[in-house]
Design a protein around this ligand. Structure first.
Ligand SMILES: [Cu+2]
Length: 174
């Protein structure tokens, strides 16, 4: 009886040890699996962006120019209506031929596009842009691909300029 008890004790201990080891392996695998899933998720977005930019960079950009104000210092965008098509690559040149400082502010439009770069002078800015400030005589090039169709508002946020009519419309069509 004593021997049997002792034996069963050993069996139970062994089984418990085996179960704990198995659980630890499972847990470790689970952690590794979760990590892998997490990494996949993190890696997916830049990889997709890289693929997107890789294909789109081969596409020649359609060039469009918009003037912020004019040489007569009128408070308006010229033209004040811009049209783009989703999936096409554009180079929007912004110039300020006036003696005043102006803003190109179109937050919702900026949210609906993928910006490849904004180039001004010798500086190239990559990533999302919502607003551009152009000092007198300044010029900037905005290269992007429209993604989301819709009608978006454009305005200059310098005090008094929106009120004076320095506004515009940007349409993105499918
Ligand atoms: Cu302005």
């Amino acid at each position: 009886m004593k021997i049997y008890n002792h034996l069963s004790q050993i069996v139970i201990t062994s089984l418990t040890f085996a179960a704990i080891t198995w659980l630890q392996i499972l847990r470790r695998n689970y952690v590794i699996f979760t990590l892998l899933l997490g990494l996949n998720f993190i890696v997916a977005t830049p990889a997709m962006a890289a693929n997107l930019s890789g294909d789109l960079l081969k596409q020649p950009a359609t060039e469009i120019t918009i003037n912020l104000g004019n040489s007569a210092n009128e408070l308006k965008f010229e033209p004040n209506h811009l049209e783009f098509v989703t999936g096409k690559r554009y180079q929007l040149t912004l110039t300020n031929p006036s003696q005043l400082k102006h803003y190109f502010t179109a937050k919702d439009f900026a949210d609906g596009i993928w910006t490849q770069k904004v180039q001004a002078g010798k500086v190239e800015i990559k990533g999302a842009i919502h607003e551009l400030e152009l000092k007198p005589g300044a010029e900037a090039e905005w290269v992007f691909v429209p993604l989301k169709s819709g009608d978006y508002g454009l305005r200059c946020t310098i005090p008094g300029h929106t009120e004076a009519g320095m506004t515009g419309e940007i349409a993105i069509k499918n």
